[in-house]
Design a protein around this ligand. Structure first.
Ligand code: NAD
Length: 543
């Protein structure tokens, strides 16, 4: 089975997907190398596409899309069910492939990637019929009461997906499944750091019955993504950093390409005075160090009530020191390597800035050179101030900085004082209090007494506010992004001319005034208006 997957990858890498870079972007590399971040071993080299080849892939997708959409939802869901079966059957190999290319521990890959994809398939299998079916739209305007309205959801056509490396399976897969189920074709440009996982996704989808042209992968660095944005796709779902997101939004504006932007975060965690220190510290440690801190929903800022601060900081430091850092292929590893040395340097610069400005390092604080260049020790920082880089910029590494606060108002103010608004968490023994505060936090998701795991709830919308993005993925609202809404308006009296189709004059003006009075004048009882509307509805049904 593993061999079959590998062969498919090779055929992508060296056969029909023999891509190269757009020359106008002056990128030296015509090839990318997939590298194991734990060992620095090159896993595979892949040739990248040029602009014309990216466009050709999109054209093939468009041609393939017609048959896919005509297949009907029932048959597309049968393919999805088969995909789900295949993912389940190959769960261990998929998790290992993720670990080899992205570094996270295998158990983590199973829970935060494979499980998320299986569950998102489950959600679509259970709900797609109800969510995508035509919807009658009753209306109350007396002037148009003889017309029926209907909402129809139509696939956009070809959806471009550009994805990051940190969740190389679950992010592109959940977006792809929603796009395909809705009847679209997909062209995916995965991160240049994790192309092999994307190619595994392709081989699973194709083996399940998705036609090759209906789901394609174009590998490459940023320029391959830029070429996809310029290609004739009908919508783009982008997940990545704020800087790239802004560039993409500007390029998309040129041609009014609709986009969903799932961008970075600087998620705050609030530990209220009544929180359970043991529970909250375990949550903070997992929330800050899972995937070596490289999660968009990571706990990146921790605000702790002053009465708990010392105990909480000590508990976090003790727990951080016990974490086993190493190669994610080792079943005993808690924290794997970071993806790339340049990401480690960002972490080093943020920790250095904090240390130079008075922060105390309670755990970690440096690279673990003995393990390799990409390993950074889980780091807990106390005596941090809100203006340090570690509290303002996305660190995207295994660092837990904490700041004390004195009252809830201050905690909410600090949490909201950020350019980001992806998610937040609040720890308290009083969940009503937690929910009250949650309403005041400016973020796409607020978890009360949990961190990060909202991403695994397939029904829940995922998306940010402020610099964290535009639009949604996952659940009902993520599926809605994959279709455009058409309103079909049918007049039930085809033989009748409308009174407002000209013939204006004083008499007509008076009639219209009377009609407006009938509907909106104060004093006319709601019963009379209700009766008029009911008569209109009855009349329409009779016709
Ligand atoms: P990135 O922005 O560097 O790259 C993301 C993708 O965009 C990659 O595939 C990359 O090749 C491509 N790209 C780069 N330049 C491009 C351009 N000019 N035009 C088109 N495509 C281009 O991000 P990354 O380092 O891969 O991922 C980490 C970032 O992603 C973090 O900021 C993290 O918070 C964010 N992220 C957000 C979410 C979310 O759901 N909100 C999820 C995961 C990661």
């Amino acid at each position: 089975m593993k061999e079959a997957l590998r062969q498919d990858v090779v055929s992508y890498a060296s056969g029909e997907y023999d891509y190269c870079m757009p020359p106008d972007l002056q990128i030296a590399a015509r090839k990318i190398s997939s590298v194991n971040p734990a060992t620095a071993a090159v896993l595979q080299e892949l040739v990248c596409p040029d602009e014309a080849e990216v466009s050709a892939a999109v054209e093939r997708a468009r041609a393939g899309k017609a048959g896919w959409a005509e297949l009907g939802l029932g048959k597309r869901l049968a393919v999805l069910r088969e995909f789900q079966r295949k993912v389940y059957a190959r769960k261990s190999e998929i998790a290992a492939a993720i670990t080899r290319e992205a570094g996270k521990p295998v158990a983590e890959a199973l829970v935060t990637e494979v499980l998320v994809v299986l569950d998102s398939a489950r959600f679509l299998l259970e709900n797609a019929f109800a969510l995508l079916r035509d919807e009658p739209l009753p209306h109350g305007n007396l002037a148009t009461k003889l017309k029926t309205g209907r909402l129809v959801r139509q696939p956009h056509g070809v959806i471009g997906i550009i994805s990051p490396w940190n969740y190389p399976f679950s992010i592109p897969a959940t977006e792809t499944l929603a796009a395909l189920v809705a009847g679209n074709a997909v062209v995916l440009k995965p991160s240049e750091l994790t192309p092999l996982v994307a190619l595994e996704l392709a081989s699973l989808l194709h083996a399940a019955g998705v036609p090759r042209d209906v789901f394609q992968v174009v590998v490459g660095e940023g320029p391959a993504g830029a070429a996809l944005v310029r290609s004739p796709i009908d919508k783009l779902i982008f997940t990545g950093s704020v800087n790239t997101g802004k560039r993409i939004a500007a390029a998309a504006a040129e041609r009014l390409l609709p986009v969903v932007l799932e961008l970075g975060g600087k998620d705050p965690m609030l530990v209220l005075r009544d929180a359970d220190v043991d529970v909250a510290s375990s949550a903070a440690v997992w929330g800050a160090f899972v995937n070596a801190g490289q999660a968009c929903l990571s706990v990146e800022r921790c605000y702790v009530h002053r009465s708990l601060y010392a105990r909480f900081a000590e508990a976090c430091a003790d727990k951080a020191k016990k974490l086993r850092v190493g190669n994610g292929m080792d079943a005993n590893t808690d924290v794997g390597p970071m993806i790339h040395e340049r990401q480690v340097r960002v972490v080093e610069s943020h920790v250095e800035d904090a240390r130079a400005r008075g922060a105390r390092i309670l755990a970690g604080g440096s690279r673990l050179h003995e393990l390799g260049s990409n390993f950074y020790a889980p780091t807990v920082l106390a005596d941090v101030t809100h203006d340090m880089r570690i509290m303002r910029e996305e660190t995207f590494g295994p660092v837990l900085p904490m700041v004390p606060f004195d009252h809830d108002e201050e905690a909410v103010r600090l949490a909201n004082d950020s350019e980001y608004g992806l998610a937040a968490s609040i720890f308290t023994r009083d969940s009503d209090r937690g929910e009250r505060l949650a309403r005041r936090i400016h973020a796409g998701t607020v978890m009360v007494n949990d961190v990060i795991s909202c991403f695994g709830i397939s029904e829940a919308p995922h998306g940010g506010v402020k610099a964290s993005g535009v639009g949604l993925t996952h659940g009902r609202f993520g599926l809605e992004e994959m279709v455009w809404l058409k309103y079909i308006d049918t007049d039930q009296m085809p033989g009748l001319k409308k009174v407002w189709w000209y013939g204006y004059g004083e008499a007509f003006r008076r009639q219209m005034e009377g009609f407006l009075d009938l509907q909106f004048a104060q004093g006319l009882s709601t019963r009379v208006r209700g009766a008029l509307r009911a008569t209109g509805t009855l009349l329409r049904k009779r016709l």
